[in-house]
Ligand binder design. Structure first.
Ligand code: NAD
Length: 261
């Protein structure tokens, strides 16, 4: 299938590792021009170089997305690269914690890190998309938006809110040729998840393989997902053929969730 995104410009945030990185690589593979954002300049530089070596156009900006001026700085940098018609809104996951314990400060921090950057960047990119009559917005959320995960109250709460924002946005943007969707990963083998599993193994005094095996047993496919598998869904949603899909959450979880929707 030709996704029709060759030569289109993509902004990918949280691009230095994991799912964001896999999306950047997949978009570059489809011929999109990719602008990468995360906090680590070193990793972004290395990724941009690797993408260029494969023939893609790529550039980057290192910034903390939680900064109030991050969207402004990204937009300024994009002026020299090209206006983005494709936006992968992704950032790091919030810390764990129980709903009954987390202090209000933790909630406002998670809101600043996970929610506001998506709003600011969407609003910064919209005029350009509107002018072109084409735009694709995809947020990376989590299976938590369908089924809250124990001890991840921040993720459960903030991402449900983000999904409400996205759904509202999708209906406002539909007449303009702009779609807004989410991909919701289940357990995906990224550095972050590997580190969490290693931490659990150490805490319980069992081998890492044992912890990974136990988790895999809870997933019908009996394995963790690969970042490229989540990326494939995101990139499909960014393609021209997905133009009639909007306001949806595309779950990529190896069959983990039991619900009908
Ligand atoms: P990851 O930690 O491997 O990568 C996160 C990326 O975001 C990195 O590039 C990191 O540098 C960047 N980032 C984090 N905070 C940032 C900030 N304040 N400013 C700029 N960049 C920042 O994470 P991942 O496993 O690829 O997950 C991506 C998203 O998907 C996260 O929000 C995560 O919670 C969610 N998710 C992941 C899984 C999973 O199993 N991996 C499951 C459900 C949801």
């Amino acid at each position: 299938m030709d996704l029709g995104i060759r030569g289109k410009t993509a902004l990918v945030t949280g691009a230095s590792k994991g799912i964001g990185r896999a999306v950047a690589e997949a978009l570059a593979g489809e011929g999109a021009r990719v602008f990468l954002v995360a906090r680590s300049a070193e990793r972004l530089q290395e990724l941009a170089k690797a993408l260029r070596e494969k023939g893609a156009e790529a550039d980057y900006l290192a910034t903390d997305l939680a900064r109030e001026d991050a969207a402004e700085r990204i937009q300024k940098a994009l002026r020299g690269f090209g206006e983005a018609e494709l936006f992968l809104g992704n950032t790091g996951g919030p810390p764990p914690g129980a709903a009954k314990d987390l202090p209000p400060k933790a909630w406002s921090r998670a809101f600043d890190e996970l929610f506001l950057p998506m709003v600011r960047l969407t609003q910064a990119l919209l005029p350009g998309m509107e002018e072109k009559g084409f735009g694709r917005i995809v947020f990376v959320t989590s299976i938590a938006v369908k089924e809250p995960v124990e001890n991840l109250a921040l993720s459960n709460g903030i991402r449900a809110g983000l999904t409400g924002y996205l759904k509202t946005l999708s209906r406002e943007l539909a007449p303009l040729g702009i779609t807004a969707n989410a991909v919701a990963p289940g357990y995906t083998a990224t550095e972050r998840v590997e580190a969490l599993l290693a931490h659990q193994a150490e805490r319980e005094g069992v081998p890492l393989e044992e912890v990974r095996r136990r988790l895999a047993e809870t997933i019908p496919m009996r394995r963790l997902g690969r970042p490229e598998e989540v990326a494939a869904a995101a990139v499909f949603l960014m393609g021209v053929p997905a133009g009639y899909v909007t306001g949806q959450t595309f779950v990529v979880d190896g069959g983990y969730l039991r619900g009908l929707f």
